[in-house]
Design a protein around this ligand. Structure first.
Ligand code: 9MR
Ligand code: ZN
Length: 574
């Protein structure tokens, strides 16, 4: 029997479940599986303080496991405990009021380690200190072929230093960056008090919350991705991914790839949001951000057609391809309306919303849910600790109807998510077929939707849904891993991250969310090692070569940041 708990720990008031699992034996008759008992002891003490029944859930399809579950929510005192089953299997569990406060700091600090174009100095980076990287200027794709020829003199050079490396690779991608920033900046707007701690980064103590300092590093880079005509480049990467070397050893030529309408619209939206968030801290930057947002919007108006992006031949870095830009345009309109109050944006939002099918998506491909957050801001802040600035009475019927539409979409989707969770023995918000590349992203996206539903209607079951997603991420899953590097007693240590593979340290920078189980492995090592027919929740390996299982990205961390900030905000609610 295997026992699974959240390895980071539980908030005193939260719902707590231990899962007992064993690989299903097809010969056994499931209807007659007996109940089991678990006992809980304080660490280092043999006096049982709580005895609970573990009820048989049944066969869990995604893992192929027989599952029993015991609720131990009564354990509300801070402390470390041992949970034992009748066979003597045991696991340690922590209960502490600061679990998600600390979790959030670790997840946020990980972003600092992704910084490009500056040295990571020992006082902030400790053993993970490293030299500055990617200092050289970039060229436009159209000029790339001229390098090393007679025409080299006519090549234009661009300074695109700064920002975060996207993931385990050293590329920097506009739509991916916008999604990551959105998760974090909205989390900051909704739960500002969850971001009080110092992250020990070079800017700490300058009067701005550290999470905003960290995001500003990314935003200042993002500004450089805008061209003079207002368009925004889709990405800046080398033609081929870097070798597995430290970032400062990667000397490949950086290329600015062509603009896309998704990049321009995401850029407009995130810069408008940045204006709101930063105007009280850094007026100059805020002003620049708003101006850049409007310029990108004007470009979009001049280019109403879809401008997609596809890698040119020979390029193997991420393409973050999309087939539609209506949701991105919707988000840009929503944010610009929120900051300017200009009706023209509201009218556009009303037009774009008709063309978007999923109004709750909040990833790099589909972003309409962010528009929902923008419209529902005042309502959401009433229930979180953020203070609404714009809680005016809404008289414009178009806005009222947009709000209702988003509200209903979030609540409807959250209801579906609860159903998915109910069907999974591990309470994961993933269906049998949802275990693809970055399955942890799908799960955490759903956690954000559940969280949004809670913010809209205060129904406890939605808050518990978020708790359970974080439980899954942090150890309540069929392989028993905490999918956050170096957090927990059995966590991933070998993420697909060029830095981790090249730094020779032997363990990982803490606080990175890895992609997670993938039933369709797409890298050679995983294809060899994952035996066909392995249940989807078990298609995972903590091996650095397995990029389709074990990569890290900024926009997976940012999702967990949102969820952790949410749980920290409601830590005191029972
Ligand atoms: O998450 C992306 C996955 O869905 C794609 O199939 C894969 C191949 O293009 O790319 C993944 O995204 C990666 C991106 O291309 C580059 N940076 C790291 C991303 C996460 O693995
Ligand atoms: Zn770099």
């Amino acid at each position: 029997m295997r026992l699974y708990i959240n390895q980071a720990g539980y908030l005193p008031g939260s719902i707590k479940t231990v899962i007992l699992a064993e690989e299903a034996d097809k010969q056994k008759k499931h209807e007659f599986m007996a109940e089991k008992v678990i006992r809980i002891y304080p660490q280092g003490d043999e006096t049982c303080i709580l005895e609970k029944k573990a009820e048989y859930f049944g066969l869990d399809e995604a893992s192929g496991d027989d599952i029993w579950r015991a609720d131990f929510s009564e354990l509300t005192q801070d402390g470390i405990y041992r949970i034992k089953d009748e066979e003597g299997n045991a696991v340690s569990v922590r209960v502490h009021e600061k679990i998600y406060d600390v979790m959030n700091q670790i997840l946020c600090k990980a972003l600092y380690y992704q910084r490009c174009g500056m040295e990571l100095e020992e006082p902030y980076a400790g053993i993970f200190k490293r030299k500055s990287c990617h200092e050289n200027q970039a060229v436009l794709l159209e000029d790339y072929g001229k390098l090393g020829t007679e025409a080299e003199g006519t090549v234009k050079w661009f300074d695109v230093r700064g920002g975060w490396h996207d993931a385990g690779d050293y590329g920097k991608y506009t739509t991916a960056a916008a999604a990551a920033l959105a998760h974090i900046l909205y989390a900051y707007e909704f739960f500002p008090e969850s971001f009080g701690a110092s992250l020990n980064i070079p800017e700490s103590g300058n009067g701005m919350p550290d999470i905003l300092n960290e995001c500003l590093y990314e935003l200042r880079w993002l500004l450089k991705m805008q061209m003079e005509d207002g368009s925004v480049c889709h990405k800046v990467t080398s033609m081929r991914h870097a070798n597995f070397v430290m970032p400062h050893e990667d000397k490949r030529q950086m290329i600015l790839f062509p603009a896309s309408s998704m990049a321009a619209a995401d850029f407009a939206a995130i810069m408008a949001l940045a204006y709101r968030v930063y105007r009280n801290y850094d007026r100059q930057f805020a002003g620049q951000a708003l101006e850049a947002a409007k310029k990108a919007w004007d470009w979009l108006e001049e280019h109403p057609e879809f401008t997609g992006f596809q890698n040119p031949e020979g390029c193997n870095t991420g393409d973050y391809a999309d087939t539609d830009d209506q949701d991105e345009r919707l988000w840009a309109a929503a944010e610009l309306y929120r900051v300017t109050g200009d009706e023209k944006y509201l009218a556009c939002a009303g037009k774009f919303v008709e063309k978007v099918s999923d109004l709750t998506a909040m990833g790099w491909t589909d972003v309409a849910g962010f528009a929902g957050w923008a419209f529902l801001e005042a309502e959401i802040k009433k229930n979180s600790r953020g203070t609404a600035e714009t809680d005016k009475e809404i008289t414009d019927q178009r806005e009222v109807s947009l709000r209702t539409r988003f509200r209903n979409s979030f609540l409807k989707e959250a209801e579906k998510i609860l159903k998915i969770q109910e069907q999974c023995g591990y309470f994961a918000a993933l269906k049998r077929d949802d275990y693809g590349w970055g399955s942890n992203m799908v799960l955490l996206n759903r956690a954000m939707i559940s969280g949004t539903a809670y913010l809209l209607c205060s129904e406890k079951r939605y808050r518990e849904a978020v708790t359970k997603q974080m439980d899954y991420l942090l150890g309540v899953n069929a392989v028993g891993y905490s999918y956050v590097t170096e957090v927990g007693f059995y966590s991933c240590r070998n993420p697909h991250n060029r830095v981790a593979a090249a730094d020779g340290i032997g363990y990982s920078i803490p606080g990175f969310v890895v992609g997670g189980p993938n039933e369709h492995p797409a890298d050679e090592k995983a294809e060899w090692l994952i035996v066909p027919g392995t249940p989807p929740m078990k298609c995972y390996l903590d091996i650095w070569e397995c990029h389709s299982l074990n990569e890290i990205t900024i926009y997976w961390n940012s999702l967990a940041i949102f969820a952790a900030a949410f749980l920290e905000c409601f830590a005191e609610r029972q």
